[in-house]
Design a protein around this ligand. Sequence first.
Ligand code: AMP
Ligand code: MG
Length: 498
Amino acid sequence: MSGDGRGLEFAFDNSYQRLPDRFYARLDPTRVSAPRLIKLNVALAELLGLDAATLASPTGIAMLAGNRVPGGAQPIAMAYAGHQFGGFVPQLGDGRAILLGEVVGRDGVRRDIQLKGSGPTPFSRRGDGRAALGPVLREYVVSEAMNALGISTTRALAAVASGDYVFRETQLPGAVFTRVALSHIRVGTFQYFAARDDIEALRLLADYVIGRLYPELKGTDRPYLALLGAVCERQAALVASWLLVGFIHGVMNTDNMSIAGETIDYGPCAFMDSFDPATVYSSIDQKGRYAYGSQPSIAQWNLARFAETLLPLIDSDQETAVTAATDVLNRFPELFSSNYIVGLRAKVGLRTAEEDDGALITQFLGLMRSSHADFTRSFRLLADVLSNDNSRAVAFRSMFTDAGALDAWLQAWQARLTREGVDAHEAGARMRSVNPVYIPRNHLVEEVIRAGVDRGDFAPFEALVEVLSQPFNEQEGRERYAMPPAPHEIVHETFCGT
Ligand code: AMP
Ligand code: MG
């Protein structure tokens, strides 16, 4: 089928496919019965330099379904390994995804275009290579919401219903998702070659990553040590940005940690409603390994696994390599904290730094926790305390159980703002530009999945995607999207759905 892309030609420029054969398996996607376009991300298509009208045409949809390989694509399934819940699996790989190739966008950035749910590959193990519609809708909604929130993430180019059924616990409608990423190289990609003592491949991979993702490191003194440092920096910033919006990835296995520093793999991910660092939603995370508040330490654990793969490249003397890598890894907590505190200060309207800011903001989080207050709304409505609109300040206060403690805290906070000499109106506006009104709340995501999967009704999905594209702006008539779930709407558990 490769090359059968007449009439469908994109400016692919595939660099990963120029790496040796042992990095991947070449194969075409498997056909689906009756592809139907659910959603095309027109703005992203334009950014990528792809013609949206062509993509939405029958030949374009055939490509997005895996039924037709466009000219210039070189489909592969990438090889990788990974630690899953702490246990090492030497071979995972793309079991249900196929990388079509790379395009350089209008912004000059090179990105992968990958189909997910596109049929079995040599890495499928016992899986069917397919994706169910529900998880595809979930990934579309949440990854695009993350992007609109300003968080580094893989993107959603399209969702296509396949017309086939997939079999999980029950029979479910299938779909194919088109994912766009700065690269799909993971910590697990390095682990794959490290597990095989393939130092030559590790060096090729590291050089490839530096050339593509970290070009500023080329020709530096110790490029592989610098690579470790740079990946740590991106992950520290990423995980801090997650915590600042209440995001729980849910399955931070090393094969789901991107070397490019993007959020990747939206399986059982969830946004926290009421604030509690121990929050876990994923049905498969029995021990809470990937709880909200554990994400920074898990990121560091994963980065230690990455560091181990780089040791032979860092120095021929192992002890020297270990010492150097450990020094870099040990900086991670501080890297994380500095990103996190900068974000927290912004959330409460502070522009300058004072020694006790961390303690002040921690107190506010403590009040949220003891009141089971909604994390997103608490920060969003805090700005209303500064406004003259009393009814809004009342809504804020009503979320907290201990009015006395809240008042004491508000006084301390306002005193701190006053020391900064800021205008209350201006501080409020700044707070609203970083504290979202709308996040992809679990009950809303669940609702659009049910409508799409059970009733073939994608209007609620469209509406939610639309609301979440402007997360910081209050949208008239969309108030219910800003609200936490009513008790009967609370989603207690999320599923991978693979
Ligand atoms: P994930 O939990 O989505 O990160 O997937 C972990 C591994 O399982 C990866 O190697 C996936 O490619 C593979 N996998 C997940 N779902 C399927 C499926 N339905 N068929 C084949 N492989 C799968
Ligand atoms: Mg994965």
